[in-house]
Design a protein around this ligand. Structure first.
Ligand code: SAH
Ligand code: SF4
Ligand code: F3S
Length: 456
């Protein structure tokens, strides 16, 4: 540990880094790791754009809106950079993540203000890219899919020492759903070896983490060499993690219905620290549309998995993702989605209007649905899902459950945490409880969260 005077000198000499993250949890994880990489060059994180020497936008390409946000942000940053230069200073702008991967060259043309464009597979090379940019000027682009050396080239973790940590275990996707950009932006499916994952988990636990969220675009497809040299499944990996000292809670996201294996389903009934929450996107309740989406499962397969998971863990909260207005979706298909939703009864869910993505098969398919129809269907679906969420939340009122109090609330003497079912819970509790996993009685279901009080 440096003493205070050393630390003060370091703060004065260091450069300031501002990272803005869009998109999924994988991007949140990657942003943390980029911060670790840049810390080696003495970049310290700052909360404000205004005093940053370097800004990284870690971007998402999943829907058109997500991608367009990046360009409006770059417009604002161009003005900031000009002001800086007029004052004799400078500002380095890097774009990382899935828009960078998908649009590299095009972005360099459309937004020349960007100094560095780096894809999700190559951000460990940021230090080299900064050097190259200093030497060559212009926009430096690195969107290769190198042999998978990223994890082994990353420094050990130091970013964020909260109680809950994301831990990336699987990347990329080979499923090629016809609407989705992920296989193109994140590349082929890859599972990290168990040894690496366990080492990273142990480092997190040593820094005070008590909950890990295992991440992957298709996390339940994780399979890798175990520490015993044998092939392991996700269920086995979770079992090993559960035996680590001080690890109190395990979650994983996002899963694909056709990779929900029997041992993983059983694990939900057998491993106490595996939280009773499953995010299992289905996208549509119409078999015809699922086929056109290349989802590789039917509604019957999906409902079968849900039934089996509920048998293993009756109180499990089910969450999902839905797309409305996929090309060819008619009223009957949409009605089938509503009926599947009624049958499953979701604790929470995300739903989207279909957004055509360049380069994906569905974008040029016949039967594109007009936006008004998409909007109407989305409204109806979201109304039903919201109702189900309220029903789920109300049913938990009166239960006393462990809540991990992760952060301060908006009011004094208020802390916010997560229930086992991933509900946000606002608790009247003093500062000394911050970071503790403590029994809370849920007292009220509110619009997007629960209220609770410390159990006696
Ligand atoms: N790997 C996960 C999630 C991928 S992206 C899975 O297989 O489910 C997260 C969600 O975004 C998807 O589940 C889907 O509902 C939505 N999504 C992906 N592409 C989309 C598109 N082109 N238009 C609208 N929503 C989309
Ligand atoms: Fe996209 Fe489908 Fe892969 Fe999920 S499974 S990341 S929706 S291609
Ligand atoms: Fe978006 Fe890329 Fe994640 S497209 S959802 S940031 S994998």
């Amino acid at each position: 540990m440096p003493d205070d005077s050393q630390r003060n000198i370091r703060t004065r000499l260091s450069k300031k880094l501002f990272v803005k993250t869009y998109g999924c949890q994988m991007n949140v994880y990657d942003s943390g790791r980029m911060t670790d990489v840049l810390a080696r060059l003495d970049y310290l994180e700052t909360e404000t754009v205004e005093d940053a020497d370097m800004i990284v936008l870690n971007t998402c390409h999943i829907r058109e809106k997500a991608a367009e946000k990046v360009y409006s942000e770059l417009g604002r940053l161009r003005a900031l950079k000009e002001r800086r230069r007029e004052a004799g200073g400078d500002l380095m702008i890097a774009v990382a993540g899935c828009v960078a991967q998908a649009e590299g060259e095009e972005m360099a043309r459309r937004a020349p203000v960007v100094d560095i464009i780096v894809g999700p597979q190559t951000y460990h090379r940021l230090p080299d890219l900064i050097t190259r940019h200093a030497r060559e000027g212009g926009t430096v682009i690195d969107t290769d899919f190198p042999a998978r050396d990223r994890f082994t080239s990353l420094p050990s973790r130091r970013h964020g020492a909260g109680r809950v940590a994301f831990l990336s275990i699987q990347e990329g996707c080979d499923k090629f759903c016809t609407f989705c950009v992920v296989p193109y932006t994140r590349g082929a499916e890859f599972s990290r070896p168990a040894r690496d994952i366990l080492d990273e988990a142990k480092a997190l636990l040593a820094s005070g983490v008590v909950e890990v969220v295992l991440l992957g675009q298709n996390v339940n497809a994780w399979h890798g060499e175990g520490t015993d040299g044998r092939p392991w499944t996700l269920a086995r990996l979770i079992g090993e993690l559960a035996s680590l000292d001080r690890l109190r809670r395990i979650r994983y996201t996002t899963s694909h219905p056709s990779d929900m294996s029997g041992d993983l389903i059983r694990a939900h009934g057998e491993i106490d620290s595996l939280m009773p929450y499953l995010h299992l996107p289905v996208q549509s309740g119409s078999d015809r549309i699922l086929k056109a989406m290349n989802r590789r499962h039917t509604t019957a397969d999906y409902l079968g998995v849900i039934a089996a998971v509920r048998k293993a863990r009756p109180d499990i909260a089910i969450s999902g993702d839905f797309i409305v207005g996929f090309p060819g979706e008619d009223d009957a298909d949409f009605a089938a989605t509503l009926s599947l939703v009624r049958e499953v009864s979701y604790a929470s869910a995300f739903s989207f209007k279909y957004s055509p993505r360049p380069g994906t098969p569905a974008a040029t398919a016949d039967g594109q649905v007009p936006d008004e129809v998409k909007a109407e269907r989305l409204g109806i679906l979201q109304h039903l899902l919201k109702d189900q969420q309220n029903t789920f939340n109300r049913a938990t009122v009166g239960h006393t459950v462990p809540v991990l109090l992760e952060r301060r609330g908006r009011y004094s003497h208020q802390l916010v945490g997560r229930s086992p079912w991933l509900q946000a819970v606002h608790v009247d509790a003093g500062e000394r409880h911050l970071g503790s996993l403590i029994d809370v009685t849920l007292t009220e279901a509110r619009a997007n969260s629960m209220a609770g009080m410390l159990a006696a």
